[in-house]
Design a protein around this ligand. Sequence first.
Ligand code: SF4
Ligand code: SF4
Length: 345
Amino acid sequence: MQSLLDSSKYFKLVCGAGNEDAEEVKRLTVLYVLAGAKGLDISANVNVVNACMEGIDLAFNFSKEFDIPLSIRPFIMVSVGMPGDHHVRKSYINLDTCLKCDLCIPVCPTDAIPKELIVIKDKCIGCGNCSAICPKSDIIHYEHNNRELASLLPACLAAGAEQIELHAAVADDTAIMQEWQLVSEVNPNGHISMCLDRLHLSNFSFEERVRKAKEIAGDRLIIQSDGYPMSGGEDDFNTTLQAIATADVLNKAFNMKLRKSKNVLIYKKKNEVNQLLSGGTNSLTAVLADQTGVKFQGSSLGTFARKIVKEVVDDENFYQDLALIKKGYLIAQDLVIANIGKPTL
Ligand code: SF4
Ligand code: SF4
């Protein structure tokens, strides 16, 4: 894992912390493992971990058909989150006050809102698109998807996960560090990731939280710098801008140092903090990072990565049609290469 990060060759597919649709996770896993992803970020749910493991096995089987020399088995990361973090909330529609205008149905990226308007919890990823378009502000509300981490996380690790991510984009520092300590103790030898954005944190608070996270995790720390959470639907520079900007804040605080003779910041030989880009990542993320001189150790792609293969994933002949799987993994492969160059297989 560390050598993938050190060589900036880590591509993580984000299936969604709140995505408990095991079949969808399995199919996404097949396509993106064939495409060269080395990380799969999934909900902390044993059924979903099992589905992801099956997807990896299937991808290795299919790789022989397609003559892809896969050798590294990708890492499974399970995601959990603090109450208030967008990634782990579920949407509820109040049918008594709902205007039945149906505006929310087409904007849901996971088809979690059927025509009956009762949100399918397993599919809801908490993105907020539905409440953003709803004409009234008091019809849709969100509830935290409560989980008993102390028992759930060991069960996920026993099922095959090797890494844990904590979505910690809320203001309460003390509560977060308690959860982070627990995450670290549950997985003492594997990498652990904290996903942070700046919706509630100033740059200074962001840096402070990274510092505290590093004190507990040491070199196992990954920070997922989440530009604008779950906003990566479009493939343009503006969508990915905040991911790069957030990464730049982290680099300047941890991974760069002042060259006094020229009074300029330069990158340290060894990164102090492993950093993944997320939150608006798309096929232009690495281009913008390169143009702005922002280095990163890997890319995490969710909304955009899922969107470009949705038609293939939803096809009822998915497992039987090799041409369909090839079409899907080639679409995914273009995205992987756009982010990390030719992947290490
Ligand atoms: S639009 Fe987003 S928050 Fe609303 S139901 Fe769909 S996934 Fe959940
Ligand atoms: S957009 Fe709001 S009012 Fe319209 S159907 Fe959806 S929840 Fe009901």
